[in-house]
Design a protein around this ligand. Structure first.
Ligand code: UDX
Length: 435
């Protein structure tokens, strides 16, 4: 099939490459011409495992192409995937759908009859209906079209795998024809993956509901961590006990520094705000608390670190391991690790920060932090080591030899994923949150 992808950020670039991998003819566009040029020669604009190989294959076979012309895109495809961002509005926290509306405005005059315009971005419920109305008002009379919503559930770091082997494909539609077109797009996946067909609003809601549930699960266990610290229990054992219950499950119950990145925080704020605007604020008030618990994880980490260096950071050397919001990505958006590092430095510590992939992006956000490319360099003379992002690289550290370069063999494992007995055996004091 001929499909287009409009917006080549994280979601769009991965989606375009995966659509070509499934055998479709893909034409992708963006307002960022430099990004298009880079993608056209197979260079991914961010680090994501498996993406460069897919881009390369798509470009070599000719199935994947990029163009700055929205007209060309409109005339080319029978299914258009809108993948532009829906950033958080700074004042209200609501999702800003301006980019989606401007894409639709520009695309409408070029649409072919019988096409489907399918949104993939995370949006407030009602966006699809609004888009449908806007297209209907501006399209040439007689040109038939359908609007669909096809939310994306991919995780950074697993984006290619999640797109090619998703847990489910959700399509919200109003007509059988639109459902058939989208079913044809995903046909190569449908042996292993269930397709769930819904109405537009349900598909829009399914995405924000999923992210809200995941965020709630993480904040729930972090709230338990706060209680554990008061009563002297161990949150990680509590999580193991909960996780054995098949109705609950162990995933997303890792207590520690909490969530960050481009999605969870933004989406729960936008969802709560949208509910308030609809007069249903009461239903999602708990998401404000989920957000607050999550942000407190960062403060609790800084507080514990301060206590571990004797009550003040002034004059202390702090080694920070990790800058990205999670491992296997170079994304530092709303990164808890980076925020903790900056707070510690602002309180007078001398910080040396290591990250396997995220230093270039981190430097753009916090240029005043001191970045190093070796773990040993970060820990040289350190009074305290903070483990803030759960990279495999840090699991491979030899604690004995790292200990020989520090001033004090003390580590705060805010992701609770280091092999604590091994570190203790090597002479380290290991502290975690929630124990
Ligand atoms: C998330 C959703 O998982 C995905 O379905 C959606 O499409 C986009 O948002 P992502 O932002 O890539 O994906 O990250 P995810 O793997 O969900 O992790 C989010 C954050 O939660 C990370 O900062 C991670 O470190 C943290 N986390 C995760 C925890 O603190 N504890 C956990 O148990 C799990």
């Amino acid at each position: 099939m001929r499909v287009s992808v409009i917006g080549t950020g994280y979601l769009g670039a991965v989606h375009a490459a995966c659509m070509a991998e499934l055998g479709h003819e893909v034409l992708a566009t963006d307002v960022d011409v430099a990004r298009l040029e880079s993608l056209s020669v197979g260079r991914a604009p961010f680090y994501e495992e498996g993406l460069p190989e897919l881009l390369d294959r798509g470009l070599t076979t000719g199935r994947l192409r990029f163009t700055p012309s929205i007209r060309e895109v409109g005339e080319f495809a029978e299914v258009h995937f809108i993948c532009v961002g829906t950033p958080q509005q700074p004042d209200s926290g609501a999702a800003d759908i301006r980019h989606i509306r401007s894409v639709v405005r520009e695309l409408t005059p070029h649409l072919r009859t019988g096409c489907v315009v399918a949104g993939k971005s995370t949006v407030p419920v009602g966006t699809a209906a609004r888009i449908k109305h806007e297209i209907a008002e501006n399209i040439d009379p007689g040109t038939e079209f359908a609007v669909a919503w096809n939310p994306e559930f991919l995780r950074e770091g697993f984006a290619v795998r999640d797109t090619l082997r998703p847990d489910r494909v959700v399509i919200g539609v109003e007509t059988l024809e639109a459902a058939d077109k989208l079913r044809a797009v995903y046909a190569p996946l449908l042996g292993e993956t269930d397709l769930i067909v819904t109405d537009l609003a349900t598909a829009e809601l399914a995405k924000v509901a999923a992210n809200s549930f995941l965020a709630t699960k993480i904040s729930f266990i972090n709230a338990m961590a706060e209680i554990c610290e008061v009563v002297g229990a161990d949150v990680h054992s509590v999580a193991d006990c909960l996780g054995r219950d098949s109705r609950i499950g162990r995933s997303f119950l890792s207590a520690g520094l909490g969530f960050g990145g481009g999605c969870l925080s933004k989406d729960i704020r936008a969802f709560a705000t949208a509910a308030e605007e609809l007069g249903a604020g009461r239903s999602l008030r708990f998401l404000r608390e989920v957000d607050a618990i999550n942000l407190r994880c960062r403060d609790r980490t800084v507080d514990l670190a301060r206590r571990l260096v004797g009550g003040s950071f002034t004059g202390r050397n702090i080694a920070v391991l990790g800058a990205t919001f999670k491992p296997n990505t170079d994304d530092v958006r709303d990164s808890p690790a980076l925020e903790v590092a900056a707070s510690v430095q602002s309180e007078g510590a001398s910080v040396r920060l290591h990250d396997p992939r995220g230093i270039d992006n981190a430097r753009e956000v916090y240029p005043a932090l001191n970045y190093v490319h070796e773990v040993g360099k970060a820990c040289e003379g350190a009074d305290l080591t903070l483990h803030l992002t759960d990279w495999d690289d840090y699991h491979d550290i030899d604690p004995a030899s790292l200990g020989s370069v520090t001033r004090c063999m003390s580590v705060l494992d805010a992701r609770n994923s280091l092999d604590a007995p091994r570190w203790r055996e090597a002479g380290w004091t290991v502290r975690v949150l929630g124990a």
